[in-house]
Design a protein. Structure first.
Length: 253
């Protein structure tokens, strides 16, 4: 350590220490004078490694440390066991059944309003998800006038909704709050579709609240999830006969 403003500089300190310990004389530590190997207090220099040779125990460039595990790929398919048999009911009453999974097998996250914290879960851990319309109204549609900060109203409206999601675990515990995530379903014919769980949903200009498509409930088969039993009222909805399979919902924002 060097103290600023002190006349006791580093070379002087090194020289004094060497003299006191008797490890070397002022002559053999004088700056610029080579020190003979084997002199008192002078350790032998390590043997030079030939150019291009690797020192013992050295790892090759790019080698992974011991215990390293490759992180999962971002776009890998859903892992076995993450897809659960179940049925999805939309707001218009149509039903689609098949293998239900999350995006890339990731857990869903709900903000529990009562506990005021986020809770994540996997589909095999729950028995159902229910979504209720908590608030809805129509907003006037407008846009900014080009070249100026003036709102231009078209005279039309767009629908806006707020949803309350309830997640029921296998033991009957309910988590109520806000959840937004994509849900994937594949029917028996192999047709796949993506549905959206919304916290808030905004429609297009001229639409009405009844025009918004949303997921009303997801009921999972207990035998597929490995649950000990089904809760009361968890009967699987039957697929809608009017529907030819899972379809993409209307876009909501």
């Amino acid at each position: 350590m060097r103290h600023r403003g002190s006349a006791f500089t580093l070379p002087t300190a090194a020289l004094a220490a060497a003299c006191l310990l008797g490890a070397a004389s002022p002559d053999n530590v004088r700056p610029g004078k080579p020190v003979a190997p084997g002199a008192p207090g002078v350790s032998a220099a390590p043997a030079a490694t030939p150019s291009g040779a690797k020192s013992p125990g050295a790892k090759p460039p790019g080698a992974k440390p011991s215990g390293y595990q490759r992180p999962p790929k971002v776009f890998e398919k859903v892992a076995p066991g993450q897809a659960v048999e179940g049925a999805i009911t939309r707001g218009d009453g149509s039903v689609a059944s098949g293998e239900i999974s999350t995006k890339y097998g990731q857990p869903l996250v709900i903000f529990d309003r009562a506990k005021k914290r986020f809770i994540d879960f996997q589909l095999p851990e729950i028995s159902r998800i229910d979504v209720a319309v908590e608030e809805e109204h129509e907003e006037p549609f407008w846009y900014w006038k080009e070249g100026g900060g003036v709102k231009v109203y078209t005279g039309k409206t767009y629908p806006w909704r707020k949803y309350l999601t309830t997640v029921t675990l296998h033991d009957g515990t309910k988590l109520e709050g806000d959840l937004s995530a994509p849900i994937h379903i594949k029917d028996a014919d192999g047709q796949e579709a993506q549905l959206i769980l919304y916290k808030h949903q905004k429609g297009d200009e001229g639409q009405k609240p009844t025009d918004l498509s949303y997921v009303k409930s997801i009921v999972l088969a207990p035998q597929a999830a490995g649950a000990p039993g089904s809760a009361a009222g968890d009967q699987m909805p039957q697929p809608s006969t009017a529907s030819d399979g899972p379809t993409m919902p209307d876009s909501g924002r």
